[in-house]
Design a protein. Sequence first.
Length: 474
Amino acid sequence: MKQVTLQRWLVVLVVVELVTAGTIVGRRLARRAEAQANQAARLPNLELIDAPAAAEIRQLQQRLVVGSSESTDSWLELADVYLAFGFPREAARVYRHASELDPVSYEILDHWAMTLERMGRNAAAIGVLRRAVRLAGQGQRELCWYRIGRCYLRQEQPDRAEEAFEMAGRFAPAGYQLAKLRIRWDRIDQALPLLQVLLEQYPNSIKVNQLGSRMERARNDLRAAAQYAERADRGQSTLDLDPTYGRLEATRLRYGTTRQFQRAKEMFAAGQQREALQRLHDTIAIEWREKYIHPAAAIEVSIGDASEDPDRKRVHAENAQRLLEAQIERTGATPKILEPLGAALWLKGDRQQAHQAWQRSAGMRSTRNVHLKLRQSYIERGEMDLARTHGALAHQAAGMEAFWDSRFEDAGELLRSATALDVTLVQAWFYLGETYRALNHLQPARQAYDKCLQLDPNHTAAGNARSLAIGSEE
């Protein structure tokens, strides 16, 4: 009986020791996890960003403590915010911690690798991306292999980069990189099919047409190379070779003054001008950024222009003037500031100052709007010859814009109007020739180039383009 009792006591003692040991180990592990969490969530120097964003980031960070119910999504959000606001080292630390909490999350690995790429830690990024490939779905896998290839390129390992790009399948940016590598290696026959696919998908892409020009130069077909180069010059789109960048901008839009600015834009689009204006002024009071100043000034002028009360007109005009002149003090005068400044001064009744602002703007950059404003100013002054000149310049600027947008019919009509109003406009004749040549109207193209060269015999571009037009007929 005594022996049985002793055995029971021994069992109880062992159980107590095991429970005690387990408690100690558990506490140590908890403390270790807490230390890891606190280390991961450690704040960077948030004084470098706007105050509202900094406050929101602090609130997010404070929630991420051991014992909280926060999911890995919250850790992922904190890491994304750190990266979007320019703290990649801190972001990488948080991504690592989130990955330890959820080792099978593709999204965490994907974002972690993006951070490592931006830090120049290409070998580490490749390792994380290879882990991500095993968890990736269709479409995600191709993107991972493309990014692995880009890391190898940065490491100057083109052979391994080529293998990775091939694994990316039909992913267009990978096809671009493959074609570029093979042109560099003089493997034109292998590059050509890739480039043809890209041109079918992205006919107006600047980068794709530039690559076409490079390939034709390698084939010694200089005429075809020049045609691709011209298409690239007129290109209005580009192949996105960094598909991950948009995530950073999307994250920034959710925080601080950037979010407030986005809300102001939404209010303006909904017709809530005054509410949008107040939101913009509140945003500017927190953080002065040029991209906030222009819409605020434009809304001030718009509201003032619509008002029938002369005093209200003047108040809104002066508000816009103060904003724009303060921006000039910070960054100097630019056409983007001078043109709306002229509009504010005109609304205020300072016609002479408005005219001078528009003249300065036109001297820096010729646009349809600024020339139309100067035309109106000269009409009021009774200087009709100068008004006619600026009407012609407005047509010329609009025609050149239409040409670069590949709207050749519109460009031809506008540029013909410009030369009808003022036959001495050299650039109007040149771009009229370019427009005719783009439409394959070669005889009127030569005539326009000839007129341009009569006005400016040293216009090299017109001479070269005229030779191309003649060569195309032969």
